[in-house]
Design a binder for this molecule. Structure first.
Ligand SMILES: *Cc1c(COP(=O)(O)O)cnc(C)c1O
Length: 387
């Protein structure tokens, strides 16, 4: 089976991990800060906080921005459930903004409309979480303008998007949001096994997130209240945090992978170009790229033109799977998950998202994918859609 995504691990990556295993620190040593610095420098952000997953990063990012019971958080329905769950962890309520039919990211036009209505009803969101689907950035200039107008905070869920650019600047620079979150799960652009990171240019937010990732404990005497006497062993828990730390073992893999980040993204662009050419006459819509964006191309998502294809979505999906192509679907609209339906969401809520869901298929896309494998995918698709 050709998977839809997979990690690319070099001998140098393996050696970096082995070096940590032979060192004094498996966790809370020097490698986590080195990895944080490498990512922050790459993105042009001032602070980076490495954690055990992007889910953990989203959680502490929400908490550091003060999201709490009674607050409202908005995100895209076409995302992994973690983009919405983080709001619920904080006791906030979640709502969804329908997608743009070209980029499949949350629609800025729908966002603007919904904000105007929410203002009239007096229920504006505290936080909006745009998701850069496939690595293609949302229109962050527009989102940032709306955030100033309506006074909400912004977290970019850039789990797909490290190595991409928006208007020529690295995603994660933080010019248009409060916090940006990356994931290092093995299917993502670079990996640490499990892992995530939150980037910000706000010293206070960075400090709060560091506190929250490690139990809310500080050994910084200036942060303590009451100020302790002179005991060398003293630490204080000053808020309710978690153990969301990244280990040095994971960070070593991430730091080593960072060296090939640009190469990985360039390879993904080459593969996408080849797919685009091979799929030229197919009854599908190929991924559309906004001129302001340089996507990291985490996913290559096609949309079936079902009438022309003469087959159902399910038939095409099954034909590809049985031909050994590990296609996938990113994503089921979050609010259609049974848990979210139990919160009161029903089908029909975001029509564009549901239309997309009825037609989308993620084809295999990862740096080591060969041209021969791409032909295998394309030929299987050709058989699947030919009437
Ligand atoms: C993968 C992913 C996450 C969660 O990342 P983890 O590191 O697995 O916690 C969150 N949001 C999006 C959009 C993702 O794709």
């Amino acid at each position: 089976m050709i998977p839809y995504g997979r990690q690319d691990i070099s001998e140098a990556d393996i050696q970096s991990v082995v070096d940590v295993l032979r060192s004094d620190f498996l966790t809370q040593g020097p490698v986590v800060p080195a990895f944080e610095k490498a990512v922050a420098d790459y993105c042009g952000a001032q602070y980076a906080v490495a954690v055990s997953s992007a889910t953990a990063a989203l959680h502490i990012a929400c908490l550091s921005l003060g999201v709490s019971p009674g607050d409202v958080v908005w995100t895209s329905p076409i995302t992994f459930v973690a983009s919405a769950n983080c709001a619920l962890y904080c006791g906030a309520t979640i709502d969804f903004i329908d997608i743009d039919p070209l980029t499949y990211n949350l629609s800025v036009a729908r966002l603007a409309e919904k904000l105007e209505q929410a203002q009239q009803k007096g229920c504006l969101p505290k936080l909006v979480i745009p998701v850069h689907l496939c690595g293609q950035p949302c229109d962050m200039k527009e989102v940032s303008m709306l955030s100033k107008q309506y006074g909400f905070k912004t977290i970019e869920d850039a789990s797909h998007a490290i190595g991409g650019k928006y208007c020529g600047e690295p995603i994660g620079s933080g010019h248009y949001s409060d916090i940006t979150v990356f994931s290092f799960h093995p299917v993502k652009i670079i990996t640490t096994g499990e892992g995530g990171m939150a980037l910000t240019n706000d010293a206070q937010l960075a400090k709060r997130m560091k506190l929250l990732r490690s139990h809310g404990i500080t050994s910084d005497v200036d942060a303590m209240d009451p100020r302790p006497s002179e005991q060398l062993w003293f630490y204080q828990q000053i808020s309710l945090g978690f153990n969301y730390r990244m280990t040095d073992i994971h960070a070593a893999l991430g730091l080593s992978q960072m060296r090939r980040l640009d190469e990985f993204v360039a390879q993904r662009h080459l593969l996408a170009k080849q797919y685009n050419e091979m799929l030229n006459d197919f009854p599908i819509v190929i991924p559309w790229q906004h001129q302001d964006s340089y996507s990291s191309l985490h996913l290559y998502i096609i949309r079936l033109k079902l009438e022309q294809a003469g087959k159902t979505h399910r038939q095409v999906f099954e034909a590809l799977r049985s031909a050994g192509i590990g296609v996938n679907l990113h994503y089921i609209p979050v609010y259609l998950q049974p848990y979210y339906q139990s919160l009161g969401f029903t089908s029909g809520y975001c029509p564009e998202a549901e239309k997309y869901y009825a037609e989308a298929i993620s084809l295999p896309m990862f740096p080591a994918l060969t041209v021969a494998e791409q032909y295998q995918v394309v030929n299987a698709l050709k058989r699947a859609v030919s009437v």
